[in-house]
Design a protein around this ligand. Structure first.
Ligand code: EPU
Length: 417
């Protein structure tokens, strides 16, 4: 197991290249199941979740090959509908193969994901949607077992606008008979990017980015070559690193079009932004104002940025309140930030962050992907040595984070734990 050792405090300077989006790449990889032609994806980040999805796709009998930032997937010889527990337990997004498998093979055996460090995270909406599309779905021995004579279009309403649920059901609907309407669908840019890919493959979809999405089933889908959007959460994470270290950095290949809530909060906190091109922005900060943050579905403030902004706000000149509305247990980083000298208390789904003058290095434990990023950000500004343990969480979703930070001048290294 690896850990990061950070010697702080650090100042950052220079340019960082933002990688492709994890949460856009994963559903697109699953979409390869829908066709027997090549799906070629560019700008795919090289990180653990992507290799886990590749492994899963290969277990289904498909090809998944990487060449630099490009993946070639081919499911002409797909031979299995089985997503085993051993893979699904390491990556919940494995559930994204459910919809495509039922659509292509008319059956699926996909392990139930189970809970995780940030909440219970049920998949009832994915399952109910498939049932409404005429699939017979049961839970057997911890597996979702789905069968159908042929999926049929349906009207689906989500109580909660689920991101992967929307993606799963869109992928199920593209090859089904007739029209599917998904109401209260997720509007996240990663959903929109998936729909763009599917449309390029010949799918008939309208309303992506809005709360009602309409899908008209087609007979088959073609191959495609597509460049995945860049990662708005990685870009936001570097912005928080700039905030807490009071540095100026330039982000290249950033999906600025999808970052309004992050940019607005950054500016409210006291950061400055200069947009240099469509995908390039210079960010800087020399003060940290306290703010209120409430996580929400897109275009609201993303829950995936909550821990990183909280880390920056530990050094604010005053008290911030952060309300988490998406996941019920996404404050695991609070106790670890307090080990670095932060002053945060939790009250229900709110964290009250009293700004302190300085953080002091300590050994802290990463608990989930974004919490880990928050701890690294805090470690950058803490005085002395911070060891962030269990960074395998971080490796799931950030490409070469320590290398990118080192290039910006941070004193951070990877060591065996
Ligand atoms: N929910 C249900 N039933 C369902 C599905 C979801 O009650 O069937 C609830 C969840 O428990 C949660 C809320 O709905 O309270 C929203 O969850 P959602 O389904 O939207 O989350 P997800 O699709 O499992 C994706 C991202 C997460 C991100 C969330 C919210 C991927 C692969 N994952 O998860 O990303 O936090 O949307 O934006 O796209 C991460 O990258 O670190 C990460 C956790």
């Amino acid at each position: 197991m690896d850990k990061f050792v950070i010697e702080g405090p650090n100042r950052l300077k220079g340019e960082v290249y933002i990688s492709g989006s994890k949460n856009a790449s994963l559903p697109m990889m699953a979409a390869a199941i829908l066709t027997d032609k090549d799906v070629i994806l560019h700008n795919v980040p090289d990180l653990k979740d992507v290799s886990t999805m590749c492994e899963l796709i290969k277990r289904l009998g498909c090809v998944c090959e990487r060449d630099g930032k490009t993946l070639r997937l081919n499911c002409a010889d797909i031979s299995s509908d089985f997503a085993p527990y051993e893979l699904v337990k390491t990556m919940r997004a494995s559930i994204l193969v459910l919809g495509p498998l039922v659509a292509r093979l008319k059956s699926a055996h996909v392990s139930m994901p189970g809970g995780c460090a940030i909440g219970v995270r049920p998949v009832n909406l994915h399952i109910n949607g498939l049932k409404q599309m005429s699939a017979d779905v049961n839970i057997e021995h911890g597996y979702i077992v789905a069968k159908t004579e042929g999926l049929k279009g349906s009207n689906i309403y989500f109580d909660i606008p689920t991101v992967t649920g929307t993606e799963n059901l869109i992928m199920a609907a593209v090859l089904s008979e007739g029209k599917t309407v998904i109401k209260n669908a997720a509007k996240e840019p990663e959903v929109v990017d998936l729909v763009r890919l599917l449309k390029k493959m010949g799918a008939k979809i309208e309303g992506e980015g809005e709360s009602t999405i309409t899908i008209e089933g087609v007979e088959g889908l073609d191959g495609v070559e597509y460049s995945v959007m860049s990662d708005r959460i990685e870009a936001g994470t570097f912005m928080c690193a700039a905030l807490i270290t009071k540095s100026e950095i330039t982000l290249r290949n950033a999906p600025i079009f999808a970052m309004d809530a992050i940019v607005d909060k950054f500016v409210e906190i006291g950061g400055e932004i200069e947009i240099l091109a469509d995908d390039t922005l210079k960010v800087s900060a020399d003060k940290i104002n306290p703010v209120m943050i409430k996580t929400a579905v897109y275009p609201g403030f993303p829950t995936d940025m909550q821990a990183q902004f909280m880390a920056a706000l530990t050094l604010a000149e005053g008290t911030s309140i952060i309300e988490e509305t998406i996941f019920e247990n996404r404050f695991m980083h609070v106790a670890e930030l307090n080990r670095l000298g932060a002053n945060i208390i939790i009250s229900g789904n709110k964290a009250i962050v009293e700004g302190v003058d300085r953080l002091i290095g300590a050994t802290v434990m990463a608990t989930d992907l974004r919490a880990s990023a928050g701890l690294v950000i805090a470690g950058l500004s803490a005085e002395g040595r911070t060891d962030v343990l269990r960074i395998y969480h971080l490796d799931r979703g950030y490409e070469s984070l320590e290398k990118k930070l080192s290039l910006l001048g941070a004193n951070i290294r990877r060591e065996k734990q």
